[in-house]
Design a protein around this ligand. Structure first.
Ligand SMILES: [Zn+2]
Length: 665
């Protein structure tokens, strides 16, 4: 998948949030919030109810239910675990001496001063994940046909309580009030997921569990766990120990060793942890491409026999599994057999994307396979590869998921396609009656910067393309927000990239299409961000902002200046160069089909170059290293200054942007 990193720009978004918040306090977009507010006197501490994702149906009544130290959680046996979960998450903030008791409910008694969790088969129409919630001044009742629904009702309850309940320390002086309400809620899509790449960078078991907790908070139900890559193999496979002895580790350019893997015990623990939060863990074992780490461990699985080394740079690599070698299929089936034993998800992701055919073209075994199977070319060989694995998984009662490249060459009807190169693959798949998961780079690639995918852009994503008929659109299972980890090396960065864009996608996945409204969401998000703060989530803030702040417009570049071989451009900087000191020049792409790659930028004094910053900057929708810096030792009186730069448009000449300059003392 495409994985570029960039800088972040949220200043505008935040201006928007603030101004809209003021507007909305007067203007009632979420009428229920406003009516609640008007009913309370000035001294009331009741917060505006900001539930994300927005429930399908909600109406507020008068008054409140107050959770007191002697309030009891009562639960049906089937939802005892959900009751324990609720008590557990409320415990830290509500404090000791405020223990919520889990009791098995007897004879359907609905006693006062209690939070009642129950299974109600009559709610079947709301589906397995739907729930009904009734808050009166006497009690709270959360019911669902299945435990998952009750679990989501508990998440809603938390969001109706004062936000302090999300803290990890006892909150003092909080009146734990829940506004009276009637809610009937169910998700729009059955597949609401996050792809988590733990290969480019390795994340601890605790970080994975934390990611699961955050998904649960957002009523999301799939963790698509990317576990094998060119840069690291992360799954312990007992039959092939070298995969983790060799394949889990890479030597970085500075000579350090980087890596890690999950033991089978740890992965089972994660599966169980997720399952308790109604989240299915779907493992991704990549093939036939993105397999360098496996080849480094067992070189005979590649076309040339190696040697190979675990990749320590990013990109698409030409060494892939040999499609002509039976050992490869034996190996993959052995690996998958152990994987199936750990992950009980009905779905197994096998990647299938970005597989260059270079090695296959030169390999006698691959060519022999093409002959023997009467295949047209290497693309059909890829299709042969995927179909064989598809057959294997189907035979084991599982369903194969692959990136949209797997469409090429036909598939079993059972296979699910994940559309990433836009939504075209999704449309085509649905028309061929394949189930589809939508995660186009345009809205769902959360490793991209906020300038290319803003929170609003994620929010405005519509997973069901208008081109599809009603029948075809039933094949859209839902969506995923993807986090590729080339440039996400730690938990803070992970938080930053994911949230609040995944929060936005959670509403896309859950709430009825007609109920979605960006302005309304934006207001609720304001409260939700405070919850995330209390949970210690370092959500996305303006990274580009500080550098862009106070920057002045030096000039532009535009499509009519571009040449494919590269172009030298110059801007008069005299009016901006007032003193000796440090100057930053920022190349900020605005629009067009192509990015501009800046090779170098220079500072000129009276037409003579006095300094040059040579590094590669990428300025497109994705932006990387676009700031060039100069140190002017002395401002020569009466001198003319200019900035000159050399850039190469990428792919096409259609690139347009602003050049900004900023004095930094
Ligand atoms: Zn081969």
């Amino acid at each position: 998948m495409k994985k570029e990193r960039d800088m972040i720009h949220r200043a505008m978004i935040w201006g928007f949030v603030v101004s809209f918040f003021c507007l909305l306090a007067i203007n009632h977009i979420f009428s229920a919030e406003v009516s609640m507010k008007s009913k309370n006197d000035e001294t009331s501490t009741t917060p505006i109810v900001s539930i994300i994702p927005k429930p399908a149906r909600i109406s507020f009544g008068d008054g409140f239910f107050t959770i007191k130290p002697d309030t009891i959680i009562m639960a049906d046996e089937e939802v005892q675990k959900e009751a324990e979960y609720l008590a557990g998450v409320l415990q830290p903030a509500m404090g000791l001496g405020f223990a919520l008791k889990v009791q098995l409910r007897e004879n359907m008694q609905e006693t006062n001063n209690s939070i009642i969790l129950k299974i109600d088969p009559l709610l079947n129409a709301l589906g397995d994940e739907g729930y009904k919630m009734s808050v009166s001044s006497e009690r709270v009742i959360i019911s669902g046909a299945k435990p998952a629904g009750v679990f989501y009702g508990c998440q809603t309850l938390r969001q109706m309580m004062p936000i302090e309940n999300f803290g990890d320390k006892k909150a003092e002086g909080v009146d734990w009030k829940v506004p009276c309400a009637e809610i009937e809620d169910q998700p729009r899509f059955e597949w609401r997921g996050q792809l988590f790449d733990c290969c480019r960078h390795f994340f601890s078991v605790d970080t994975v569990k934390r990611a699961i907790d955050l998904l649960a908070l957002h009523k999301m139900n799939r963790l698509h766990w990317h576990l094998t890559e060119d840069q690291g193999w992360r799954v312990e496979i007992k039959k092939y120990p070298k995969l983790t002895e060799v394949g889990a580790w890479r030597i970085e350019n500075d000579g350090s060793r980087y890596g890690g893997f999950y033991t089978q015990k740890e992965m089972r623990e994660i599966v169980e942890y997720a399952s308790a939060r109604h989240i299915m863990v779907v493992p991704e074992i990549e093939m036939p491409g993105h397999s360098t780490a496996a080849l480094a461990s067992y070189p005979h699985l590649g076309c040339t026999g190696g040697p190979y080394k675990v990749a320590n740079s990013w990109g698409v690599f030409t060494d892939v599994y040999c499609a002509g070698n039976e050992d490869v299929f034996r190996f993959i089936e052995d690996v998958l057999t152990e994987v199936l034993d750990i992950f009980h998800s009905p779905y197994i992701h096998i990647g299938g994307d970005e597989c260059p055919k270079d090695a296959w073209k030169k390999c006698s075994k691959c060519q022999a396979r093409i002959q023997a199977e009467n295949l047209k070319d290497e693309h059909e060989l890829q299709s042969y590869f995927i179909k064989r694995i598809d057959k294997f998984l189907t035979g084991k009662g599982r369903r194969l998921i692959g990136w949209d490249e797997i469409l090429e060459g036909g598939l079993s009807p059972n296979a699910v396609v994940q559309s990433w190169r836009g939504i075209k693959g999704g449309i085509e798949s649905a028309r061929q009656s394949h189930d589809v998961i939508m995660s186009p780079t345009t809205h769902c690639y959360l490793d991209y910067d906020y300038t290319s995918i803003s929170v609003e852009k994620s929010y405005l994503f519509e997973p069901v393309p208008s081109e599809l008929t009603e029948k075809e659109s039933r094949h859209i299972l839902g969506l995923e927000g993807n986090i590729w980890a080339e440039r996400v090396s730690n938990q803070d960065r992970l938080d930053f990239q994911l949230y609040p864009r995944l929060t936005a996608l959670s509403e896309v996945g859950w709430s009825p299409k007609a109920a979605r409204d960006w302005n309304d969401f934006d207001v609720r998000l304001n409260t939700h961000l405070k919850r995330l703060e209390l949970l210690g989530v370092k959500y996305g803030k303006d990274e580009m902002g500080p550098i862009l702040q106070d920057a002045q417009l030096l000039g532009h570049w535009s499509a009519n200046q571009m040449k494919m071989e590269g172009v030298e451009l110059e801007w008069d900087a005299t009016p901006f160069i007032k003193d000796a000191g440090k100057y930053h020049v920022i190349f900020f792409y605005k629009k067009g089909a192509s990015a501009l790659q800046i090779e170098w930028a220079a500072l000129l004094e009276n037409g003579k170059e006095i300094q040059r910053d040579t590094h590669q900057g990428w300025s497109g929708a994705v932006k990387r290293d676009i700031v060039f810096t100069f140190l002017l030792p002395e401002r020569a009186a009466g001198a003319a200054y200019a900035i000159r730069a050399f850039g190469i448009p990428q792919g096409d000449e259609d690139s347009n942007g602003d050049v900004l300059i900023k004095f930094d003392e």
